[in-house]
Design a protein around this ligand. Sequence first.
Ligand code: NI
Length: 200
Amino acid sequence: MAIVRAMAILKIALMGHPVLKQVAAPVGDPKSAEIGRLIENMIDTLADAAGAGLAAPQVHVPLRLVMFHVPAARACEEDGEAADEAAGGCPFIVLINPEIEVLSEDISEGVEACLSLPGLAGMVPRYRHIRYRGLDHRGDIVEREATGFHARVVQHECDHLDGILYPMRMDDLSTLTFTSETSRAREEEETEERENAEHG
Ligand code: NI
């Protein structure tokens, strides 16, 4: 009989929780059973929440570990560059003790949301072109260049390890919005357009 691993959805810390404000500690042994379990549970939690990324402090574990993926559809957003790997999205990546190197001072503004601020989104400036490195769950070195949305996700997740949430990076807080309002406004606009079309 196959042994089925029990799925574990972890509780996500919300903005204001002290664990999201602290500087997380480096992971000592990426290959330990505890870290393996944490990674499995975070994968379940991220899949359940349908997010692009998750950092360990968001599940109340103050360690330097993040995970993310870039859906192909979003890979070329913002910069419009078909940068080799980014063009096909990026596969699921677990990054332990990550470091970011900024490769260009170019900044782009893009919409971000976060599982720790449910329902909200805002415009956040991020570096367009970075290199990141860290260890994977086997303790092997991961090193990649990233642009556009891929670079944005990495910067967002790594910020969590230093107690930074995306509103702290925003230039214009007036763009911080409940997405329910944005979609309602869009729906109203579409209805209006449809009515105008019908009447015109
Ligand atoms: Ni986040």
